[in-house]
Design a protein around this ligand. Structure first.
Ligand SMILES: NC(=O)c1ccc[n+]([C@@H]2O[C@H](COP(=O)([O-])OP(=O)(O)OC[C@H]3O[C@@H](n4cnc5c(N)ncnc54)[C@H](OP(=O)(O)O)[C@@H]3O)[C@@H](O)[C@H]2O)c1
Length: 310
């Protein structure tokens, strides 16, 4: 563990510490008539975001993988907030399913005001997709890349519109090597696999922001706080014991993540803010390796190729 913590790129530790302690910013803006697409809204951060947006009047369209959970969470939004809610299903480890669900979204909605790419996972064991890359990279980065790419025209037509990539301080673990996305050449660890996926996502946020310049569509990334959720529940008993008995004591109520996403989606003072990384609601400097624009262009090209979008 210590070995991996040493690899963590703290960048500006004072800024991170100050942001962790700072009071969060809030927005009271209503979202009536706004259509928000949220991925992974069956638990944790995504569920809190869905509640925060629905409680302010938004129509919620979920993209999840589990039909039963989607039915229940949509029904809860309808009952609790009188919100309109619908859902689409896709396994984000499978790029073909993500492309298909993105096409379905484009066909069924002529506007998308807010896109929250939230689906994410952390795996302590290495698994590869049939195409070669490691699964966490595909779920955390490639899927959000495909959805964002395919919804660009709809969002441009809906401008002003906002895209929020739920990223993580875990990007600071690094681990991204474009010549080894399948981890055939080095030892895989969960932290570095997670770091690689979140670094790739951040590097493409800056590229998307450039592409969307002057379009009225903004794109920002955020760390949703260290909050209680189901993340990691796919891992083994030792990991789950560590999370449930040790880590959980330090984790915060996930409602703060939902409120932060509502703030980033609506705050008037952020209308023109794009290409920014936030620690919850506070702007923060990402790790240096996540600011390497030359690398970002390579990740962009490789993501298009892997996603079958080139
Ligand atoms: N919790 C934290 O402290 C923390 C910190 C930093 C960043 N984050 C980020 O926050 C985001 C949300 O995580 P969380 O903590 O809220 O975790 P979570 O409770 O496990 O929620 C993850 C969501 O993603 C869905 N999902 C996972 N794998 C999927 C797949 N292959 N295809 C489709 N959907 C899938 C889950 O669906 P099911 O319900 O079907 O499993 C669930 O809806 C992630 O991007 C994570 O990296 C979380």
């Amino acid at each position: 563990m210590l070995r991996y913590l040493r690899e963590y790129r703290w960048a500006d530790m004072r800024e991170i510490r100050a942001n962790n302690r700072a009071e969060q910013r809030r927005s009271e803006a209503r979202m009536d008539g706004k259509l928000c697409v949220i991925t992974g809204s069956t638990s944790g951060v995504g569920w809190e975001a869905a509640k925060a947006l629905a409680s302010h009047g938004a129509t919620v369209v979920m993209v999840n993988r589990n039909k039963g959970k989607s039915e229940r969470t949509c029904e809860a939004l309808r009952t609790q907030f009188g919100a309109e809610c619908s859902y689409h299903l896709a396994d984000f480890a499978d790029s073909a399913q993500v492309r298909a669900v993105a096409d379905a979204l484009v066909r069924s909605h002529d506007r998308v005001d807010v896109l929250v790419n939230n689906v994410g996972m952390h795996s302590t064991t290495l698994a590869r997709t049939p195409a070669g890359p490691e699964v966490v990279f595909c779920v955390n980065h490639l899927a959000s890349f495909i959805l964002t790419w395919k919804l660009l025209d709809t969002m441009r037509r809906s401008a002003p519109a906002r895209i929020i990539q739920v990223n993580s301080q875990g990007h600071r673990f690094g681990g991204l090597r474009l010549d080894d996305l399948g981890w055939q050449k080095r030892h895989y660890t969960g932290l570095r696999g997670y770091g690689a996926s979140k670094t790739a996502q951040l590097l493409t946020v800056w590229e998307f922001a450039d592409l969307l310049q002057d379009s009225g569509v903004t794109i920002n990334a955020m760390h949703p706080g260290a909050v209680r959720s189901n993340i990691g529940s796919n891992n083994g008993p030792l990991y789950r014991w560590f999370k449930d008995t040790i880590l959980s004591r330090t984790l915060k109520d996930p409602a703060i993540a939902g409120q932060a996403i509502h703030y980033l989606a609506t705050a008037p003072e952020l209308a023109d803010t794009t290409g920014q990384y936030f620690n919850l609601t506070h702007p923060e400097k990402p790790a240096p390796h996540a600011l390497d624009r030359a690398m970002g262009r390579l990740v962009w090209a490789e993501s298009l190729r892997l996603a079958g979008l080139a």
